[in-house]
Design a protein around this ligand. Structure first.
Ligand code: ATP
Ligand code: MG
Length: 453
């Protein structure tokens, strides 16, 4: 395993001072899979104070001193160095009551969650792999270190970590581990919303999320109860060839792998069971479900402590995910003025993902949605004004022409509508002229109204 020179030097310095030191966890796993690690975690027998002493000339931040973790800024990179430790009892299903530092790497590896994450490496000793992690990487298996039931009862977040790694790496979950995840799932309520949401987002963006959602429906329903209603829910609609939960899983997997779109697809049909009606032909309809789904999404994302920007973006996608697909310029310009280019692209991408998860005959619509994205990009490039902010005149420019509100707001809205419809150019002089015309028109009408009274 090749190490960046800084990491190799950090290990050498620690060893030079008489300690043992390894890279560990995700970076070893990724390297064994032939991928370049995104960061390197170092674990060492040195205590935090000893690390501070050894790296005297460098900045050392006490990031998690209670758990033996410091962050070292060394020759342009930042690395976490954690002292070998064993965790004491867990009584709350989240944190160990105490941690004890150790001088033995094996102790440290045994507290880690999965065999694939319990491998250490050092250029002199090579791999330290007491739990068969390398073999499990080769067999593409997620397996707990030690007794799965015990490991999940210590920290229920590990249930979601197993889901996340299975989705992100495309590994299956070993049977005993999978059974323990299910029997311990109610402990997820003990875990903080922030930790859950962070793992959920990463699970959703994994390449195997479709399979993983179908394998662990009850775990997804545990964190998002309305998903439970979707399991086994027949949709009674010719557009659909699967039950609602499976449709959701397929739609999530079909969306671009970024949190906003994947979350939007997770929520997009949550309101359906609340909106069902049956037509005369026996077909089920779900009028208003997009709006109901957006309301549910809003509440659940607040519960998960999602930041406002992401929550707003997701809810907007959910609310408008089933607007018509129409490739007329007029329609697209209207949508652009309502949602902006990014917002419209999101909505069409959700539409595409949704259609990918429906019956075969719906698929031709996908091409049309793609075309409408391309058209929207073209329109936005040629004429990038869709909101008042982008209009070439502001209220201040119109002061001498238009009396103050409420008329000012009306005139600005009228000018924007004309620009969006490509009737007037988005240029200051052209818009000032149009404002004068609008006011003249209005005065004429007012005058004739007054005369006719
Ligand atoms: P990535 O950085 O790609 O998410 P990672 O394996 O490095 O993957 P981290 O969350 O960064 O994951 O954790 C680093 C290591 O710490 C893991 O590889 C694992 O050994 C250990 N670890 C992290 N969280 C837990 C946990 N909840 N229980 C036990 N061990 C854990
Ligand atoms: Mg990591």
């Amino acid at each position: 395993m090749e190490l960046p020179f800084q990491i190799a030097e950090i290990l050498e310095r620690l060893e030079g001072a008489g300690f043992s030191a390894f890279v560990v966890g995700g970076c070893v796993r990724d390297a064994l899979m032939g991928e370049t690690p995104h960061d390197y975690d170092v674990t060492s027998s040195a205590l935090p104070k000893e690390v501070e002493r050894i790296f005297g000339g460098f900045r050392v931040i006490e990031t998690g001193i209670k758990h033996g973790t410091v962050t070292l800024l060394y020759k342009g990179i930042s690395t976490e160095i954690t002292t070998f430790r064993v965790d004491g009892e867990y009584s709350d299903g989240r944190h160990p009551n105490s941690v004890t530092f150790s001088r033995d790497i094996r102790d440290d590896l045994s507290r880690r969650d999965f065999t694939i994450n319990g491998i250490a490496f050092n250029p002199k000793t090579g791999l330290v792999d007491p739990f068969g992690g390398e073999a499990d990487i080769r067999a593409r298996v997620i397996r707990c270190i030690g007794s799965p039931g015990l490991r999940f009862s210590e920290d229920a977040l590990r249930i979601l970590r197993a889901v996340r790694f299975s989705s992100a790496l495309g590994f299956r979950v070993e049977e005993e581990t999978a059974l323990a995840m299910l029997s311990r799932k109610s402990d997820l309520h003990k875990v903080s919303a922030e930790r859950i949401f962070s793992e959920l987002k990463r699970a959703l963006c994994g390449k195997d999320i479709g399979r993983v959602m179908l394998e662990f429906p009850k775990i997804f329903a545990e964190i998002l109860p309305p998903l439970g209603e979707q399991i086994g829910y027949g949709q009674g609609s010719k557009y659909h060839d699967s039950v609602l939960y499976e449709h959701t899983a397929r739609a999530v997997a079909a969306a671009p792998a970024e949190p906003a779109l994947r979350l939007a697809m997770l929520f997009h049909d949550m309101g359906k069971p609340l909106c069902r009606s049956v037509g005369e032909d026996g077909e089920c309809h779900y009028h208003g479900h997009a709006e109901r789904s957006a309301e549910l999404a809003d509440g659940l994302l607040r519960m998960l402590k999602c930041d406002n920007a992401l929550r707003g973006r997701v809810c907007n996608i959910v609310k408008y995910h089933d607007i018509p697909v129409d490739t007329s310029r007029r329609y697209i310009r209207r949508q652009l003025s309502k949602h902006g280019l990014d917002g419209f692209r999101d909505i069409m991408n959700a539409h595409i993902a949704d259609d990918c998860a429906k019956a075969e005959f719906v698929r031709p619509r996908i091409e049309e949605a793609r075309r409408s994205i391309a058209l929207a990009e073209e329109i936005a490039e040629a004429q990038p004004c869709f909101t008042l902010k982008e209009l070439a005149v502001s209220g201040r420019d119109l002061k001498g022409i238009v009396p103050p509100s409420p008329l000012m707001g009306d005139v600005l809205a009228a000018l924007l509508a004309e620009v969006v419809e490509e009737k007037t150019a988005n240029e200051k002089n052209a818009l000032l002229d149009r404002a004068r015309e609008i006011i003249n028109e209005k005065n004429k009408i007012d005058k004739s109204n007054a005369e006719s009274l």
